[in-house]
Design a protein around this ligand. Sequence first.
Ligand SMILES: Nc1ncnc2c1ncn2[C@@H]1O[C@H](COP(=O)(O)OP(=O)(O)OP(=O)(O)O)[C@@H](O)[C@H]1O
Length: 623
Amino acid sequence: MAMAETPPDEIMRAADTAGWKAGMRTIWRVTALSLRSPWMVAIALISTLIAAVLQLLIPVLLGRAVDQTQRLITDPAGQDATAALWTTALLVLAVSVGRGVFTTFQNYYSESVGHRVGYALRLAYYEKIQRLSFGFHDRVHSGDLITLGMLDLEGVRMFFSTGLVRIVLLSILIGIGGYMLLTTDVILGLLALSFVPFVAWRSSVSQLKLRGTWLELQNRLSVLSRVMEENLAGIRVVRAFAARPHEMGKFDAASTRALDLAHERVDIRVRNTSAMTLSFFAAMGLVLWVGSGKVVAGEITVGTLTAFLTFMTILQMPVRQLGMLVNSFARTATCGERIFALLDLDLAITDKPDAAPLAVTDGVLRFEDVSFTYPTSRTSTIGGLSFTARMGETIGLIGPPGSGKSTIAHLIPRFYDVTAGRITIDGQDIRDVTLASLRHAVVVVQQDAFLFTTSLENNIAYGDPWAQPQQIADASASAQLAQFIATLPAGYETVVGERGTSLSGGQRQRMTIARTLMLRPSVLIFDDSTAAVDAGTEQRIRATIQARAAERVTIIVAHRLNSLMHADRILFLEEGRIIEQGSHEELLAQNGRYAALHRLQMRPDEIKTASGTTDKTSGEGQP
Ligand SMILES: Nc1ncnc2c1ncn2[C@@H]1O[C@H](COP(=O)(O)OP(=O)(O)OP(=O)(O)O)[C@@H](O)[C@H]1O
């Protein structure tokens, strides 16, 4: 059943509160995934069946060997008995080898089926995460998504080998084996099987307890990894504030919580193992006691007693594993429920069934009475915003922090969908066209200059993997990076550190600009993307961008007036509304908020010139 985009907290809770019917549905879905490899499933199950039957033959053969040996003791010259013993010995050998071979097949193919299930789920999961909206990712801790994609997926992956195959194995061993024992001698059979209910019960209870603590342990470990992740991401802040003791304290507290639970788990395991072992040996003692009486009374042979004892030894392990079987079902139901809850989410932002590619003709971008409220917010961020931008125009967006500038930038490529009103490009509502074509036509140079851990070249060509070296060099030159790259020993092959940490803030920003200049969008948005670049470099970048501005709408979001005073039209925003608009000169003439900001940011000599293109200052004043 599909759900609207739901945050993972609710996905986790959905798994905890789901009833057994939902659990069985999940088990069936995982089984159906396994059945996508029918040949492997068939080989694994048939091998399990044959291996189990061969295993059951071993006690029978051993029993027979003991009887034959006894016959030899009473009649050492008996040729028939010697030959029979040899035959039995060879049969034991052949059966053991056969069992080994089929067990290998069973393990190999059941593991392979599990890996294929894991592969299919991992791909589907990753693909879904790529497609879920920004609104979803805003509400999610990336660590939770990683836990879901690694640990929960692993829990589901193992279901075929630890659940389905084991249930076949146990059914045959307990079913056929039990039948053989009971039909040979009812009393002895019942005694031999007497440990089964107790061990099965203890093992299931302990495994379910272990499962509960395992889930809690995962929660505590994920807190631990969050602490570590945050510490590493903010390592510079930690060092700058000499906060090592505080950070160590936080980590120690989280670590101790995980350790306490690990001790609790060891306690559960050790106590149950002892109880199960005791019950097994108690049953064995009973079989020996009653069985030896029967041997003395001539009711059964020593070989039969040996077969009973050997069978008990064989049965011991699988019965102990009954708990694991129960655990495997429980784990698959919970983990699978969470994974499928995410996979089944309806995408908040997706193509309509009849969506056509965006056709850009005149290149007119229009906001028509647009309002927007973030899914997590109660108040609207943008309220009734309207403006039109035509091809060749540059629009500047300025306003106090939180006035909604970046939000406007994110609405155009549909990172979020408007709550009311509409945005059109050449008359086409952007919700009616395909996302791929829209994001091809609208490109945002993000505020956060994110770089991948790969070469500079790959980072620049990210949006166009087939780009020629000359194109990459041109884009770098336009972004004023070429000179810097020429000084690096490995040039374009230089690999940047995690998130581009080996570059300065300004270099990172210029890298993201170069990456964008590789593309030819119809709407190009700079979301405060030159804030870390010095004024002179910014002006040179602006000049190259201006050279191609006629082919597109350019939107510049900035705090520095220098970055956007050359725009054809500047929109001054406050609380998501346009409170002033016009060219630089018009806005100065209005002598309103923009003019006040201008006075704040410019030195007196620059105010006098008020040319709108001055570039002598970096103007760091904030609106
Ligand atoms: N992902 C989000 N989820 C919820 N609220 C958000 C989100 N992003 C921004 N906001 C809120 O929306 C408002 C507008 O934010 P926005 O980033 O658009 O402002 P801005 O004008 O670009 O600010 P700045 O100049 O600081 O970059 C702010 O109040 C902010 O807290």
